[in-house]
Each structure stands twice: as structure tokens, then as C-alpha cells.
Design a protein around this ligand. Structure first.
Ligand code: NI
Length: 217
């Protein structure tokens, strides 16, 4: 059993680490993923504390901000949890989540083995779609210096992991390259249902966007 106090201390630690980050991977992203994860966990047979710790630590060393080193997250997680009174098998379960949660092209999907990890993955993907997902998409594009949209740049589908990392497209293309595909990647029934609603909201948003682009309304 992992004590609730460890979850609270981890939340405070992650909050202090992410303070001031504005690229879309800020503390409030972690907060929303944590909430999404708790919501999904209610309908699944799982270890709630592992879900919560996995959600809180899932971006602790996101590869996009660590020059491609994908091991950093697992190592940072292990180091943070080691001083606490937690059995090693639980620490390993959380490290497994942190190491496998990121979207790195669809070819790398399905590496997540545990139900706790699948829940965190769903929770993280839910935060990339819907109203919040749209805001994050454009915030990230601004941070990277990408254009909002260019009708002459076509979406680039089914990218490999390497292409996905180095790709510079437009943020509207990002909807077609990633965001609109996420609903089909959800693991749990609860997330599938939420994703369906958020997906429809994005479809409506795009319809309005293109109509405005062409001066049709
Ligand atoms: Ni995340």
C-alpha cells in the first residue's frame, strides 16, 4: 500500500518543478492529467495510488525538453520515490508508466503493459484534445515558432518516431497528424467516451476555422 501522503508530497514536488513553464507542459497540464486519471480509475480495477503517482510524474523529464534522452523520466522518478517507504515493485510499476507514456509516433503505441499505465496514457491523451487540447496545440506552436495554418503545407500522416520529432508543420496540420487520431488510441471505455465528445468539439472548431479563413462567415 502506498500512503496518500506520498501522493500529496509528489504533487507539491511536481508543482514546484513545473512552475513558470508555459509551453503546454506546465503544472496545470499535470493537474488536469491527474484529475482525468482519477476519473478513469474510478471505473477500472486498478491501484489508485500507482495511477496518481504515474499521472503526477508522467512528464517529469519530457523528452521534447531533454534533447531526446528518453530515459531521464524513469531515472528522475526512481530518484524521487526511493527515499519513501514504497516497495520496489511499486516503484518499478511507476517507472514503467513514466517511460512509456509519451506519444512518439503511432508505431510505438501499445508498449504500455499495466492497466495503471493505460489509464495515465488515456488521461494524458485526453488533455491533448477538446477545448484544452486546442489551446495547448497553439501554445506549443507559438513556443516552437510554427505557423497557425498554411493551405500550401499538407498534413504528413503516419510519421515514424524520428520524423515526428523533427517535423515542423503547421498547428492546424497537427490536428490531422495527431489530435484527431487520439480518440482511436484510447485504452479504456471511460476515456473512449470522453474522447468522443472532445473529438466532436474539435471537428466543429475546424469547420468554423476554415469557414472564417475563406471569409464565409
Ligand atoms: Ni503529458
Amino acid at each position: 500500500m502506498i500512503k496518500q501522503e506520498i501522493v500529496q508530497r509528489t504533487a507539491e514536488y511536481v508543482r514546484s518543478k513545473f512552475e513558470g513553464e508555459s509551453s503546454g507542459h506546465d503544472w496545470w497540464h499535470i493537474y488536469r492529467v491527474w484529475n482525468n486519471a482519477k476519473l478513469i480509475a474510478r471505473s477500472e480495477e486498478c491501484d489508485q495510488a500507482i495511477v496518481e503517482l504515474g499521472a503526477l510524474l508522467h512528464d517529469i523529464a519530457d523528452y521534447k525538453f531533454n534533447n531526446g534522452n528518453e530515459e531521464v523520466g524513469g531515472i528522475a522518478t526512481q530518484e524521487w520515490l526511493k527515499p519513501f517507504d514504497i516497495e520496489d515493485k511499486y516503484i518499478q510499476a511507476i517507472v514503467h508508466i513514466v517511460n512509456n507514456v509519451s506519444f512518439k509516433g503511432e508505431a510505438n503505441n501499445n508498449k504500455m503493459q499495466s492497466i495503471e499505465g493505460k489509464i495515465v496514457q488515456d488521461a494524458d491523451r485526453l488533455d491533448a484534445i477538446g477545448a484544452v487540447g486546442i489551446a495547448r496545440c497553439f501554445a506549443y506552436g507559438g513556443y516552437k515558432g510554427h505557423m497557425i495554418y498554411d493551405p500550401n503545407v499538407k498534413p504528413h500522416l503516419n510519421m515514424t518516431k524520428e520524423e515526428y520529432k523533427s517535423h515542423t508543420g503547421t498547428q492546424i496540420n497537427h490536428f490531422y497528424e495527431k489530435l484527431l487520431r487520439l480518440k482511436d488510441l484510447m485504452n479504456t471505455q471511460t476515456a473512449k467516451k470522453i474522447a468522443e465528445e472532445r473529438h466532436q468539439f474539435m471537428e466543429k472548431y475546424l469547420e468554423e476555422f476554415f469557414a472564417e479563413w475563406e471569409g464565409k462567415r
